[in-house]
Design a protein around this ligand. Structure first.
Ligand code: GLV
Ligand code: MN
Ligand code: MN
Ligand code: MN
Length: 418
């Protein structure tokens, strides 16, 4: 893997207000020396600290800051006092465990920098411009991806969301209440959605598309359909020394077989991706045969029918492998997002603002993908010179970050014009 210094990673150049400068401030929060990179689970101390960071930067720019019923932060810039529907940009500040410094923060810092650029250009937008920071985008804490935008759009019921639990067994209802939200008010927000004329999320590219094209910024065309399933395998917890090999009902062995079978299924399905990146043996002792193993399957494919077929085959393999090992298994859907083709009219508007930006699809999920079902939505991607993401190796060069912010400002200026 390429070796990158901290200075290269978080920017040696750029003062407070530049994208690189803001990313450097964000990099001071939530570092995870054990895993490398950053761990900023939704509603954690790091997450809270970054919300305060956002409030500080937004207020320093004279934006009106609010936190909505679902925990999404909004910074509003409306110097002309427009009553029209708003143009929204923004992203998220939570991270996967051991994530990079750009997935999410780049979009938030670029949004603040874009407002600065519009001010420098003496633009008075004909629509309010809002910067949104969505909570629990990665779903690293409660398992459901894009929890904040999903709640706002009604893509998950409040009852189901409030009952979700984290690793400690705390429900989302408890955690939300501790974090200052009212569980009774969590849920769909159609009124807020109806006041959005368009949403444009800028994001670090999470693959190699822009490296291969040798370009700094792309317009997104589509998001791969994706879903998450939670598998629970129950066996017989027992002693590692006294239990003969033939007398075991070991859910860890069953899970190992399942993982390989799912990988093989995905390999035989063109364009499919299947990942098991989280596995929890219970109780998790070296000299203990586990009584239960939980793991999570992430499956992605451009054709939602193929995804459904793949999940159904995966379920059959899981149940068969469990039976072979004398265990019992259950597969439950956690979240499912269809393939999204971004709004054609909005893409056309982005092409007008950024005449020579290429278009790229992505296999990564985003709040923009959830909101696309309710409002015209688009995305911009900024080059990632390592091509690696959800890893400390993720990178954006300072110069590309500033190019991205200018592109976002150009787009917002066009969208907020009469
Ligand atoms: C979010 O980053 C995802 O694609 O899982
Ligand atoms: Mn992201
Ligand atoms: Mn991510
Ligand atoms: Mn409207």
């Amino acid at each position: 893997a390429p070796k990158v210094t901290a200075e290269q990673r978080y920017g040696a150049a750029g003062g407070r207000g530049s994208v690189a400068g803001m990313l450097r401030e964000i990099a001071a929060v939530g570092a995870d020396p054990a895993r490398g990179g950053f761990s900023r689970a939704g509603y954690s101390d790091a997450d809270r600290e970054l919300r305060e960071w956002f409030t500080g930067h937004a207020e320093a720019r004279g934006l009106d800051v609010e936190r909505d019923c679902n925990g999404t932060m909004w910074g509003w810039w409306n110097p002309g006092g427009s009553t029209a529907d708003a143009v929204i940009t923004g992203s998220h500040l939570d991270s996967v465990p051991g994530g990079g410094g750009y997935d999410g923060p780049l979009g938030v810092a670029s949004a603040l920098a874009a407002v600065d650029l519009l001010r420098e250009r003496s633009v008075v937008p004909d629509r309010p411009i809002g910067i949104a920071v969505f909570p629990e985008e990665e779903g690293s804490r409660f398992g459901v991806a894009c929890l904040g935008s999903r709640l706002m759009a009604g893509a998950i019921s409040p009852e189901r969301a409030l009952a979700l639990t984290d690793r400690e067994g705390d429900t989302f209802a408890e955690v939300a209440r501790r974090d200052g939200l009212d569980p009774a008010h969590i849920g769909p927000d159609p009124g807020r959605l109806a006041r959005i004329s368009s949403f444009v999320e800028l994001h670090v590219e999470q693959g190699r598309g822009l490296i291969d094209l040798d370009r700094p910024v792309a317009i997104a065309s589509s998001i791969l359909g994706h879903g998450r399933w939670r598998v629970t395998v129950d066996g017989q917890g027992n002693h590692a020394g006294t239990t003969l090999m033939d007398d075991r009902r070991d859910p860890m062995v069953a899970a190992a077989r399942m993982i390989v079978e799912i990988r093989d299924l995905a390999r035989r399905t063109p364009d499919a991706r299947a990942t098991i990146g989280r596995l929890e043996p219970v109780p998790g002792g070296t000299n203990v045969i586990a009584s239960q193993v939980r793991f999570w399957i992430d499956i992605r494919h451009p054709d939602d029918l193929v995804t459904a077929a793949l999940v159904s085959q995966a379920r059959d393999r899981v149940l068969a492998a469990a039976a072979d090992e004398g265990c019992r298994a259950e597969v439950r859907e956690e979240s499912l997002s269809p393939t999204v083709d971004f709004d054609l009219g909005l893409r056309e508007a982005l092409r007008t603002a950024l005449v020579d930006a290429p278009e790229l699809g992505t296999g990564a999920g985003h709040d923009a993908g959830v909101l696309a079902a309710s409002v015209p939505t688009a995305m911009l991607f900024v080059r990632n010179p390592t091509g690696i993401s959800h890893s400390p190796e993720e990178l954006v060069e300072d110069a590309d970050a500033e190019v991205g912010a200018v592109a976002l400002a150009d787009v917002l200026q066009g969208l907020a014009a009469p």
